[in-house]
Design a protein around this ligand. Structure first.
Ligand code: DCP
Ligand code: CA
Ligand code: CA
Length: 361
């Protein structure tokens, strides 16, 4: 089973401000260069009717929504993370294994709970939906299938607040007519390549000579495409185990309000964080700092960066800017200081691996 929160960032914003509900709501990352520059993170379904899409430049979204009472808001990851964590915690009670793949998406192995019955799985999903709605206010979409691949495509096929169940017997009929780009790993380039081979639908891909797929895409990717098109996926649902944020906190040698002195400590912490990030091959979209003052009060600040990054310098640069601003605003000396990065996307990582594999062959 895959659960994916509906228009997540925008739904969170509606949750704390119900007046937004009937208006187009766009949540964006403002790059700060000009008031208009930046990109859309997501939007509610009212805004989507006007053609607003994730990733679109903000000025374009503004143009599409001209003359409406649209509301534009900056991303607030800390708030979305809180809602996500609470909801995932509820999911945990429903699954033997929970594999969180991003802030708004998780696979749940519920095979035992529903004794392998799709009929029971439906009631089970409805029960989950109503408990989550009651406790966090969030609506989400569910896809149920015999494996992760099918659950994911089922989930994507009917949103928002959807519930799509594809039994093992229905897999063939369900997949056949769909375009190949519904499969994870088939992006623009690969679908264009497949198109040139006369493959448009998943059915055409499933029937395509597998040896030829190996020749064209290489063995690993070719086999993946062949299996996926036939609804075969043996990837188990696995506890993510990976933290959703990676951070370090340290105590300063002495209480301080001096930027340069504090940076010596944060640089140490960042070296450590950056080692862990590169070992795990993660990219992050959010850099945050945490400060414990001499009166033991604590504050955190964070910034979203435009493009996912992996490198130490990006953490250092952003942590420094956050600290500098924070010290200007707060007169108290610091006792402890922390740095964290978050906003990892595992799904995106997998997609990238497949795509880069293709580019290398
Ligand atoms: N996101 C982002 N930039 C993108 C795509 C997504 O910042 N280019 C963020 C905002 C989304 C969240 O990730 O709310 C989850 O992404 P989804 O693709 O699941 O999209 P939504 O949850 O917004 O909408 P849907 O109802 O289609 O699932
Ligand atoms: Ca979503
Ligand atoms: Ca998602």
């Amino acid at each position: 089973m895959l659960a994916d929160f509906d228009y997540f960032f925008a739904q969170c914003e509606e949750l704390r401000n119900p007046e937004l509900k009937d208006k187009p709501v766009v949540v964006g990352v403002y790059s700060g260069r000009t008031e208009e520059s930046g990109a859309v993170s997501t939007s509610n379904y009212v805004a989507r009717k006007f053609g607003v899409k994730s990733g679109m430049p903000l000025f374009l979204a503004k143009r599409k929504l001209e003359g409406t009472d649209a509301v534009f808001l900056p991303v607030d990851h800390e708030y979305y993370d809180q809602i996500s964590e609470r909801t995932m915690q509820i999911f945990r009670g429903y699954a033997t294994i929970l594999e969180q793949v991003s802030v708004d998406e998780a696979y749940l192995d519920v095979t035992e709970q529903v004794s392998g019955s799709y009929e029971k799985a439906k009631d089970y999903a409805l029960k989950m939906k109503s408990q989550v709605k009651a406790e966090t206010g969030i609506s989400f979409t569910v896809g149920i299938g015999p494996n992760k691949l099918i659950s994911k495509i089922a989930c994507d096929s009917q949103k928002p607040d959807g519930l799509t169940i594809i039994t093992a017997d229905e897999v063939g009929c369900f997949l056949s007519p769909l375009p190949v780009d519904r499969l994870l790993g088939v992006g623009k380039k690969i679908s264009a390549k497949m198109d040139s081979l006369g493959i448009k639908t998943i059915d055409e891909l499933a029937k395509f000579n597998v040896q030829k797929l190996f020749e064209i895409f290489g063995k690993t990717l070719g086999l993946y495409f062949h299996n996926a098109a036939n609804g075969i996926d043996n990837e188990p649902v696995e506890e993510s185990g990976e933290a959703l944020s990676i951070g370090r906190i340290g105590t300063l040698k002495q209480d301080s309000h001096e930027l340069e002195f504090i940076l010596q400590k944060t640089d140490e912490l960042i070296d450590d964080i950056s080692k862990e990030i590169s070992e795990k091959n993660l990219s992050f979209k959010l850099v945050g700092i945490y400060a414990v003052m001499t009166d033991l009060s604590s504050k955190s600040r964070s910034v979203t960066i435009e493009q996912p990054a992996k490198d130490r310098e990006t953490i250092k640069k952003n942590a420094k800017a956050l600290l500098e601003k924070f010290l200007n605003e707060s007169p108290l000396a610091l006792r402890r200081v922390g740095v964290k990065v978050s906003g990892f996307s595992r799904e995106e990582q997998k997609q990238k691996q497949l795509t880069s594999f293709f580019q290398n062959t």
